[in-house]
Design a protein around this ligand. Structure first.
Ligand code: AMP
Length: 292
């Protein structure tokens, strides 16, 4: 496994792999502090691609001025050891200057979608995400890039960006990986103390209750969100930022769930930590079990 810090080196390695060796490249973009959610993306990349590149970069442009950019967990030594264990071929861990050379003034924005849900709560967040993902896709030019359903809106926005700007990479979205008790894995879970970690299970619990009401025929979005809200409100350490039901592809807000799959998503503060989670509500085809 080679750790690459420079964009020029990453570009020339990727070019050689593509052109001379004719190998397919899978890119897994991360901000490090790796957990099993990231590892499942790497596993997916391994299964589909000859060469796996994992980027580790805490991207300042996707953090708001009062958010946790400074305190975000960083441990490249631990991450690299994990990645080596997972047979990753290249770790791309650039410095700030390698991603945003001084004077960089270009941003990529997906209009509309970027202002809803997480974008409404975190202005500028998705502009930072789409800008850094564009830069990473241009440096590595992977055949496939892997993202998690954990950040459902991010995956939708990146797919739209790849279509609109004709990036020559296919976006693969993989399911949410959860801890045994149901809490979605997240690097930010490291901020939770013991009581908060126990309390955080309420997010998944509330989503599963809504799923079960949906399975019993409930299609009214207000009723489903109310159900989620009351479960979460009963947890003293939790404070809701939003709970929303949207079309799972267009993110259009729904009053009623009809044939198309719906995304039930939420953001909740547990103590000072802001956590997100979601579930897709869709009619399961015969013989198929619905999954988050
Ligand atoms: P991050 O390092 O938080 O920016 O996440 C990097 C990638 O891992 C993103 O595509 C996330 O959606 C994905 N990811 C994070 N947590 C999970 C999880 N629990 N399950 C699946 N994918 C995840």
């Amino acid at each position: 496994m080679e750790i690459i810090n420079r964009r020029k080196r990453m570009m020339s390695v990727a070019r050689r792999l593509r052109r001379e060796e004719n190998r397919t490249i899978g890119l897994v973009p991360t901000m490090g502090a790796l957990h099993e959610g990231h590892l499942s993306l790497i596993h997916g990349a391994r299964a589909l691609c000859d060469v796996v590149v994992v980027s580790v970069f805490v991207n300042p442009t996707q953090f708001g001025p009062t958010e946790d950019f400074e305190s975000y967990p960083r441990d490249l030594t631990r991450d690299s050891a994990l990645l080596a264990e997972y047979n990753v071929d290249y770790v791309f861990a650039p410095t700030l200057e390698e991603i945003y050379p001084s004077g960089a003034a270009t941003y990529v924005t997906v209009e509309g979608l970027s202002n809803k849900l997480e974008g409404a709560a975190r202005p500028g967040h998705f502009r930072g995400v789409t800008t850094v993902v564009s830069i990473l896709l241009n440096i590595v030019r992977p055949n496939f890039a892997f993202f998690g359903q954990k950040d459902a809106q991010q995956s939708i926005i990146i797919k739209q960006m790849v279509r609109d700007l004709a990036f020559d990479s296919e976006i693969v979205v993989l399911p949410i990986v959860r801890e045994e008790a149901g809490l979605a894995m997240s690097s930010r879970n490291a901020y939770l103390d013991h009581p908060e970690r126990r309390a955080a299970v309420v997010l998944n619990k509330a989503l599963l209750q809504a799923r079960s009401a949906y399975d019993d025929g409930e299609r009214n979005a207000a009723k489903l969100t109310e159900m989620v809200r009351s479960t979460i409100d009963a947890e003293p350490l939790a404070r809701i930022d939003y709970v929303s039901v949207n079309d799972a592809e267009t993110l259009e807000k729904l009053d009623k769930i009809e044939e198309r799959p719906a995304l039930l998503s939420l953001a909740v503060f547990v103590g000072k930590t802001r956590l997100i989670d979601n579930i897709v509500l869709a009619e399961s085809k015969k013989g198929e079990t619905a999954s988050a």
